[in-house]
Design a protein. Sequence first.
Length: 424
Amino acid sequence: MRRLVAVAGILILVGGIGAAYYESTHRFGGSVRGTSTEFDPTQTVAPPQSSPLVSPMFGGVPQHLHVGVGSVRPPFKLDWITGGTSLIEFPPAIAFHYLYYASLNGNLIAVSSRNGRRLWTVHVGRCQAASPAVTRLGRGSVFETFLNRQPCSRGAVRAADGELLVLAAGPSHSLRWRKRIGASETSPTVAGNRIYVGDAEGDVYALRGVDGKTIWTFHGGGAVKGAIAYDRGRIYFGDYAGRLYALRASDGKLLWRAESNRDWFGGHGQFYSTPSIAYSRVYLGSTDDHVYSFGARTGKRRWSYSTGGFVYGSPAIWQHRVFVGSYDHTFYALDAATGALLWKFPANGPISGTATVVDGVVYFATLKRRTYGLDARTGKKLWTYPDGAFTPVVTDGKRLYVVGWGKVYAFSPRNRLKDPKSGS
């Protein structure tokens, strides 16, 4: 009898271990293949064009497509390097022949796109994890969100202590206005004369660009980490409660709300990813390992693709393809209509940031500090560089700017054979 009880106990233990393993690896379900329902290939913004505001915000346009301008392809030669030792997590905005970016130690910086020389540095004294936005307002203004005041350790984060800072883009870098909000990691989104930001307290703000006056606010169910996407009079954002929202941009009215997958215990994956809007769809990744596509008008889930790890980055959208990396060390190209896998590329480490497509080459970086450039159609490796960790690439159509751990590198195309400074 005792032997039977012991055997039964062992079987229960083994079964429990097996169930726990399956739950931990399959807790949010697998991929769900989609169709062309609510997919309109004509409903996307035109590719960006060269202008004084070349890449004025995260993702380049309010829809966050992450597609660069111009014909800039490898092989490259290194033109200049700028920066220091503090982490630069998010890419610069490019405007008026300058790159504007912030570092983790609370500095907001402007450097020349021609030679990397600093125009100015503003010591804000706050922790930082977002890209700036630049507008023509007042002959050029820079908008940047900040987290709590230093120190910047994880335990020191204070959800209510954040700020949106607005400076003149030119040499004076004078203060336009500042606004206290919750601690914010959302890169400002510009649409018309409005600025959209979110914060760690779950609030989303529509602000008047000229003076920061609040037009409306909306409170979600969890912290808003990614940037706000705008398209055709609507804004879209995800939160840490695993919900995706569509609001009317004019007044903040809720139009629909969708959710990520539930696990066996009713929990949701979190949305850190910034939504990307194209083809009447909303695309974003989740900490439940999935990439999602929702109908932009209805909020209905049209497909989901299961990777093997967290998907923090915002999808890049180009020629009916969705490009996204995962913590499973793999970079994916998916069909934008159905979510079918087109190709995948094994990288050397976890992929946390967002990809960017420039002239048919898709660039991304790993947390092992390496940047890759792949043929966007085939996944063939074309170029690598031994730095970069998060969202590594922006361009002004003349140079490719690679964001390393604490430095920014400027590359220009070359016709010569391999240059030792240009990577491999």
